[in-house]
Write a protein that binds this ligand. Structure first.
Ligand SMILES: Nc1ncnc2c1ncn2[C@@H]1O[C@H](COP(=O)(O)OP(=O)(O)OP(=O)(O)O)[C@@H](O)[C@H]1O
Ligand SMILES: [Mg+2]
Length: 334
């Protein structure tokens, strides 16, 4: 196993995220000076670098407790990890957590907070903890609307400042790829010429994800196959598993848009722009935006039809493939 290519590896420099690392770092510095600080929500698509940037800051600054909520899943287990003690009941755990944080103040970091089953309960506990200790809380999620989904009194007390990580574009991904390749010095990688490197970056940029980029690179090395066809195949395989998460993550308007699409079109039958606009009751600009979003995720394709003299142009939309249509159909709930 090549450590520099693993998920766990924290590069010396997190390129294209310097500003964000600095911003998070300043919360730690303020906390060390004053014992207080801003609560922060780090948001961004999967693979946008949320975990790696927070780990970098922890490595440099310490004085924090990092929890991946995908491992704890419940408010009880999450608080038990913070208080570092074996406790039996819910009320005990809250009390002990507050005591532990008073004795040994540490910034609380909750990665993948969306994985908590009873998020409302945890949010209420965090509210109490914050009111009693003023210790900053950093939550991390790929769900853009996670803060809005918390109870309003919690939102008002915790008042999360949002740090939105933009998705990486192909050029940024190329920089990330090159910097990692430089670290490993594998002879095998000579096969990955510049054209293929660009191709991997272009594919990963569809989701703006450095995770997709790293996964493709690692799998190409594992199979010693760097052909364009293989890269495409790997990307499709990776995408297949993701549709449920994708549909769970999108907002209500986007869901409605997908529902209308699944009801009225498939991979052969298109629907036109006007129809979508009437059904959605939104402006043309907003519909264009929605089309771009789903095109970017390879869900749909759109094409413009010329209606001949005086007829103008008509934009049609359909699902990109039968597989995608079936996958989306199976996860979207009416
Ligand atoms: N700017 C960067 N420079 C170098 N490597 C990066 C950068 N951003 C992300 N990576 C690498 O890409 C991979 C995915 O990043 P990370 O785990 O931070 O994503 P994430 O936003 O936490 O995604 P998820 O929501 O799925 O947890 C990791 O291997 C990470 O080291
Ligand atoms: Mg992460």
């Amino acid at each position: 196993m090549i450590i520099e290519l693993s998920e766990e590896y924290i590069p010396n420099q997190i390129i294209h995220r310097e500003k964000q690392v600095k911003e998070i770092s300043s919360i730690f510095t303020n906390f060390k000076k004053t014992g207080m600080g801003t609560n922060l929500a780090i948001l961004g698509v999967t693979g946008a670098g949320k975990t790696v940037i927070i780990k970098k800051v922890i490595e440099e600054q310490g004085q924090s407790i990092y929890i991946n909520c995908n491992e704890t899943k419940t408010p009880f287990k999450t608080l038990s990890k913070i208080c570092l003690k074996k406790v039996k009941t819910q009320s005990d755990v809250l009390e002990q957590t507050i005591k532990s944080l008073r004795d040994n103040p540490r910034i609380i970091i909750l990665d993948e907070i969306d994985k908590i089953k009873n998020l409302f309960a945890l949010a209420n506990d965090l509210n109490t903890i914050y009111r009693k200790t003023m210790i900053p809380i950093i939550i991390i999620s790929f769900k853009r609307n996670i803060v809005e989904s918390l109870p309003s009194d919690v939102r008002k007390t915790l008042f999360f400042h949002k740090l939105n990580l933009p998705s990486y574009n192909a050029i940024e991904l190329k920089d990330i790829l090159e910097s990692r390749i430089k670290l490993v010095e594998l002879e095998l990688l000579d096969k990955l010429d510049d054209g293929r490197r660009n191709f991997i970056c272009a594919i990963a940029s569809k989701q703006g994800s450095a995770r997709v980029l790293m996964n493709i690179l690692v799998r190409c090395i594992q199979s010693n196959n760097f052909t364009q066809k293989h890269i495409e195949y790997l990307y499709e395989e990776m995408n297949k598993k993701d549709w449920r998460g994708f549909v769970e993550d999108i907002n209500e308007t986007e869901k409605k848009f997908l529902e209308i699409l699944t009801r009225n079109s498939n991979c052969e039958k298109s629907i036109d722009f006007q129809f979508l606009q009437n059904k959605m009751g939104l402006s043309a600009g907003r519909i264009s935006q929605l089309i771009s979003i789903f095109e970017r995720y390879d869900v749909i394709i759109s094409h413009t039809e010329n209606l001949g003299r005086g007829g103008g142009r008509k934009r049609n939309v359909r699902f990109k493939s039968k597989e995608t249509y079936n996958e989306i159909m199976s996860v979207i709930s009416y």
